[in-house]
Design a protein around this ligand. Structure first.
Ligand code: UDP
Length: 315
């Protein structure tokens, strides 16, 4: 494959920074764009000075100017955790709506292929289980999560409109819960929360009775799926995630066991509109990309725990 010049918005974020590493390791040039409201320079500091890497601190909702060619735009900029989009509701709406518009405009001007990081949140609190791509979802537009869900739904709509009206080469990944090194310890999502609490010897804060389910995908599996989707011919939204589903209570017990935490569990109120179930139907990704996750939850968690342990020791 010829070397490409790739723009990654949200390039200093959890998944964005892993994508930077992946594309660089495949011999491509990478430009990471991030305004650093939830991303972190620490995620990309090891790339400083790399001859094929450049980072730009910019809000993707502003006019985007990149000199020279761009072959691929990966639009990953967005707050992605429920507490982040509660803290930055307007930025979350803007980056999903105006940011996607700007990133599409740039892709069109450069003749680049465009990949949108969408989300399982487009299915909301789903009434179909597991969720296939042709399910239209069950979203509360005005609830606290609506800012993220509706922004991503708009982002999918405008991406399809650019494909249909302008013939842009577009891809849409609906990303389900993904975890691993470089998540922010304080981002509020269940994996960093539980692992951080377990490492500090504190009880894990289970929301509700913990019977709500999630399905956790290790970041390296997800990055491989994104890569395959980008180079496939598939232009409709595609679920990417790990179909192994478990309750949050079982997940808490697993984390406590792996870390050796004896502090147990405390129960906290369930946040508003917290989805009761979530599990990707990945039949389409299996069939079209020949992809499925292969990192076992305990292996992925061990790597994640080791990484958070280092962060805690150095802070
Ligand atoms: N959760 C929890 N304790 C925490 C953080 C999250 O029980 O300390 C729950 C949360 O209410 C949800 C699930 O874990 O049911 C996954 O939450 P997360 O914030 O990771 O993302 P979501 O999948 O809801 O978008």
């Amino acid at each position: 494959m010829a070397a490409m010049r790739v723009l990654i918005t949200g390039g200093a974020g959890f998944l964005g920074s892993h994508l930077c590493d992946h594309f660089l390791s495949e011999g491509h040039q990478v430009i990471a764009m991030d305004n650093l409201i939830t991303g972190s320079v620490r995620n990309i500091e090891h790339l400083a000075g790399h001859e094929h890497f450049r980072s730009i601190r910019q809000d993707v909702t502003e006019y985007l100017y990149i000199d020279g060619p761009v072959d691929t735009v990966l639009h990953f900029a967005s707050p992605a955790s429920p507490i982040d989009y509660l803290e930055f509701p307007i930025q979350t709406l803007k980056v999903g709506a105006m940011g996607t518009h700007k990133a599409l405009g740039l892709a069109r001007a450069k003749g680049a292929r465009f990949l949108l990081a969408s989300t399982s949140e487009v299915y909301g609190d789903p009434q179909v289980h597991p969720q296939p791509e042709d399910y239209w979802g069950h979203v509360n537009p005005i609830g606290p999560r609506g800012v993220y869900d509706e922004a991503k739904r708009f982002a999918e709509a405008i991406t399809m409109a650019y494909q249909r009206c302008h013939g842009l080469e577009t891809r849409i990944a609906r990303i389900f819960n993904t975890y691993g090194p470089r998540m922010r310890l304080d981002d509020g999502r269940v994996v960093p929360n539980f692992v951080g609490q377990a490492l500090r010897g504190e009880p894990l804060t289970v929301h509700g009775d913990g019977s709500q389910t999630r399905s956790f995908c290790f970041y390296s599996d997800l990055i491989e799926g994104i890569f395959r989707l980008l180079f496939s011919d598939y232009m409709l939204p595609l679920n990417l995630g790990n179909p192994v589903e478990m309750s949050i209570l079982d997940f808490a017990h697993t984390v406590n066991r792996l870390v050796g935490n004896r502090a147990g569990i405390v129960y906290k109120p369930l946040p508003v509109d917290d989805p009761k179930v979530r599990q990707p139907d990945i039949s389409r990704a299996r069939q079209i990309l020949g992809w499925e996750p292969n990192v076992d939850l305990e292996d992925g968690l061990q790597q994640t725990v080791a990484w958070f342990r280092r962060i805690l020791c150095s802070s």
